[in-house]
Design a protein around this ligand. Structure first.
Ligand code: PLP
Length: 453
């Protein structure tokens, strides 16, 4: 195990933490009594806390550390760039070599037609950019009445006002007057909730038809775009039927509306292709990315811009009055370049598609023999299992039993980081994971499920 830096005792860290650090998505009542777990070191797919406990990180941090921890190529790229040129912006007709190289390299790994890249600092800013870009596009085309963007219930597109509005997280919408105007939602393609007992592909077509219903209800001439994650991540790894995305594509084409694929989680190899839309069979106009673009080593996000929108913005639109100080940050872009080259060199996309993805699918399916596990599904290196009270009837636990959090607690105490979304336990481990490490993870998962029983 790597040595653990101990400038203070764990208790001292926790006291300073609860005194000063306002955490994202955290109930601070729990924090002040129990204290945060202080994570101090990482290597490959493992983390260590301030007490020296080792944890297998089956969530890649927050779905981002695709190449695993401790990759020297990324560390060297950041160090080199920090020394040479730590910052210069890309406003007002300037650029830096890493920002140019990152844009070029990203467009070389995106599906055909994505020749341009706009950089942001995060996925949320990427989706804010999408809202402005989509509306700007329709303005340029002389259809400014196309303002409405359709997202999905339980989708997640970030935490800024626009990101949280595009998303369909009810808890977020309950705070602070969201969504902002002209953003509406359709139900998610979650068969357990909306189509139990139906043929899978028939359910996919039905779920996609909700988009057409919504377009017609809003008025097709007012709809600007549809946005969705290829596989909903934060919503609980909701994997749509194969029929869903091609049908969504057909409906968007029929009404001429822009299709936006939020690739913040699914991008950069997670689903066994470079981008989730390739796995799911859609051809979006815009793709938001973040997380895996730098494997989380440094913040970077952006929007890959397809031909139709790029042409309008570049050839017809004049100046797009939008950008961030850190759009194209040279250090972040240098890390992105090193990260993408490493994904290529290690053949991680193929590794997920041909080797560990199918292996994980097999191993996850075998969990169905466990008395708590109702259903399992995987896509590339994302997986979910639904915990149920009664397998024979598919009855879930009553509302007062937070079975997911109970299970997560056992994982946390037993060296495994898995996330709970309601009754769904989910994973998205680093793409460098080996079959032997999947076996190790599965043994931990089984142990924690037994403890949860
Ligand atoms: N979009 C998706 C699909 C995400 O999962 C996330 C974050 O989890 C975001 C957008 C927001 O990204 P960020 O947290 O970098 O702002």
């Amino acid at each position: 195990a790597p040595a653990v830096a101990q400038k203070r005792t764990t208790r001292e860290w926790q006291q300073a933490d609860s005194a000063h650090f306002l955490h994202p998505f955290t109930d601070h009542h729990g924090l002040s009594s129990k204290g945060s777990r202080i994570i101090t070191k990482a290597e490959n797919i493992y983390l260590w806390d301030s007490e020296g406990h080792k944890l297998l990180d089956a969530m890649s941090g927050l779905w981002c550390v695709n190449v695993g921890y401790g990759q020297q190529a990324l560390i060297d790229a950041a160090t080199r760039q920090l020394k040479e040129l730590p910052f210069y912006n890309a406003f007002f007709q300037t650029a830096t070599p890493p920002s140019i190289e990152a844009a070029e390299l990203i467009s070389s790994v995106t599906p055909p037609g994505f020749e341009h890249v706009f950089f942001t600092g995060s996925g949320s800013e990427g989706n804010d950019t999408v809202v402005r870009m989509v509306r700007r596009y329709w303005d340029i085309l002389g259809q400014p009445e196309r303002q409405v963007i359709i997202g999905r219930v339980n989708g997640y597109h970030g935490s800024t006002m626009a990101g949280a509005s595009l998303g369909g997280m009810s808890g977020m919408h309950a705070q602070g007057g969201l969504p902002i105007p002209n953003i509406v939602h359709i139900d998610q393609p979650y068969q357990f909730e909306h189509g139990r007992g139906m043929d899978r592909d028939a359910f996919g077509l039905k779920a996609a038809s909700w988009l057409e219903d919504k377009i017609l209800a809003v008025g097709p001439e007012k709809v600007a775009a549809f946005i969705g994650e290829p596989v909903q991540g934060a919503g609980g790894v909701i994997i749509p039927p194969k029929s869903y995305w091609p049908e969504i594509q057909r409906i968007c084409d029929k009404y001429g509306i822009l299709l936006v694929s939020d690739e913040v989680i699914c991008g950069f190899g997670r689903t066994g292709n470079w981008f989730g839309c390739e796995t799911m069979g859609s051809k979006p106009d815009l793709m938001t990315f973040a997380k895996g673009v730098t494997s989380g080593y440094i913040p970077l996000g952006g929007v890959a811009v397809g031909g139709r929108v790029a042409k309008a913005l570049i050839e017809q639109g004049g100046e797009f009055q939008h950008g961030f100080t850190y759009s194209g940050h040279p250090v972040a872009c240098a890390v992105a370049v090193a990260n993408i080259k490493l994904i290529q060199q290690l053949k991680l996309v193929e590794h997920v598609r041909d080797d560990v993805g199918p292996y994980l699918a097999q191993q996850f399916a075998s969990l169905r023999d466990h008395p708590l596990v109702g259903e399992t599904e995987t896509c590339g290196l994302m997986g979910a299992m639904l915990l149920v009270k009664d397998k024979s009837t598919g009855t879930t636990f009553p509302g007062e039993v937070d079975i997911g959090m109970v299970c997560r607690g056992h994982c946390f105490a037993n060296g495994l980081i898995m996330r709970a979304v309601g009754d769904r336990m989910i994973i998205a481990p680093p793409l460098v994971m080996t079959r032997a490490q999947i076996d190790e993870m599965m043994a931990l998962i089984r142990r924690c499920l037994d403890l949860t029983l």
